[in-house]
Design a protein around this ligand. Structure first.
Ligand code: NAD
Length: 281
């Protein structure tokens, strides 16, 4: 590979570029970002060789790989811009948390050398200054090929992830969104809503002055980036709404058991939840 372009030099894009370098990649790593400060920081940290706020400098560059690492609702517009600069030898992939319909739309714009990807690694922190070395080591990376995906492009993306320590798993793009709508997007929605509830429950006492370890553990992810999560909720709207409805039913069931004073029912409910949680390891 010659040049790799990271569009969106934030936490994930920066961590990806770091991982690439650590794996021994000696080609050029360039960033594109709407925020010049992010590019400056990334260059200062040695994460990228150079950065641009527009796409024109890509015109004369042989591009081996482009990685989209911006909030998911910017992907379509970015793909439309990239189309002008990518050639037959360019593979385009992404790190976005939503796949589904978006993968097919990006494939329509970019062609079969687009390969959807989602590393299951991260934190609540954002911004390139928080990039983490070795972020992807031993972590699952979901790759979502379609019937149209170019097999060479797919091999390139898979071997790249393996080279930086990821454990690749293939998944249908729509199944991906049902799975992560439940296990990732729902918990984030719940954490954001819980903070709101505590805020509204604060009357004469500021409840945020008394957070225990449980509250802090549970709500850590509510410190995540609002724009990134707005985009995820909207882009995976159907699955997120369904997961929220099912969660509301579970909460309402527990509420009923408590209201009825059903000791046995509450114990059974909690015991079953504890058993499932412990089985996660
Ligand atoms: P981030 O906020 O740290 O970085 C995003 C970067 O994109 C910022 O530097 C921002 O300036 C830039 N940007 C925004 N709009 C742009 C545009 N139109 N063109 C160019 N640059 C633009 O966010 P992040 O945590 O790195 O998340 C990036 C992507 O990775 C998202 O799609 C997210 O769903 C996905 N993801 C995040 C995590 C996580 O834990 N943070 C985990 C898995 C996947």
């Amino acid at each position: 590979m010659e040049n790799v372009i990271i569009v969106g030099v934030g936490f994930m894009g920066g961590s990806f570029a770091l991982a690439l370098r650590e794996s021994g990649f000696t080609g050029g790593v360039y960033g594109i970002d709407v925020n010049p400060k992010a590019l400056e920081t990334a260059k200062g940290m040695g994460i990228i060789d150079g950065g641009f706020t527009d796409y024109e400098p890509l015109r004369d560059m042989p591009l081996s790989l482009v990685v989209m690492a911006t909030p998911v609702r910017t992907f379509r517009e970015i793909a439309l811009k990239l189309r002008e600069f990518t050639g037959d030898g360019t593979v385009v992939t992404d790190l976005g948390s939503v796949k589904g319909k978006l993968v097919y739309e990006l494939e329509d714009i970019l062609g079969p050398r687009f390969v959807g990807g989602h590393p299951i690694a991260g934190t609540e922190k954002s911004g390139v200054e928080n990039s983490v070395r070795g972020l992807f080591t031993g972590k699952k990376v979901i790759i979502t090929p379609t019937e149209r995906t170019d097999r060479d492009a797919l091999r390139t993306v898979v071997s790249l992830w393996e080279r930086i320590g990821g454990v690749v798993e293939f998944m249908d793009p729509y199944l991906h969104d049902r799975v992560f709508g439940a296990v990732s997007h729902l918990p984030h929605a719940v954490a954001f809503a819980l903070i709101d509830a505590i805020e509204r429950l604060s009357g004469e006492v500021d409840l945020f002055r008394y957070p225990g370890g449980g509250f802090k553990d549970f709500t850590r992810i509510a410190a995540s980036d609002p724009v990134m999560w707005r985009d995820i909720f909207l882009e995976n709207r159907e699955n997120v709404l369904r997961a929220m409805d099912v969660y509301a039913e579970s909460l309402s069931h527990l509420r009923d058991l408590i209201e009825r004073g059903d000791e046995e029912g509450i114990t059974r409910f909690l015991r079953e939840a504890k058993r499932r949680r412990l089985s996660l390891g």
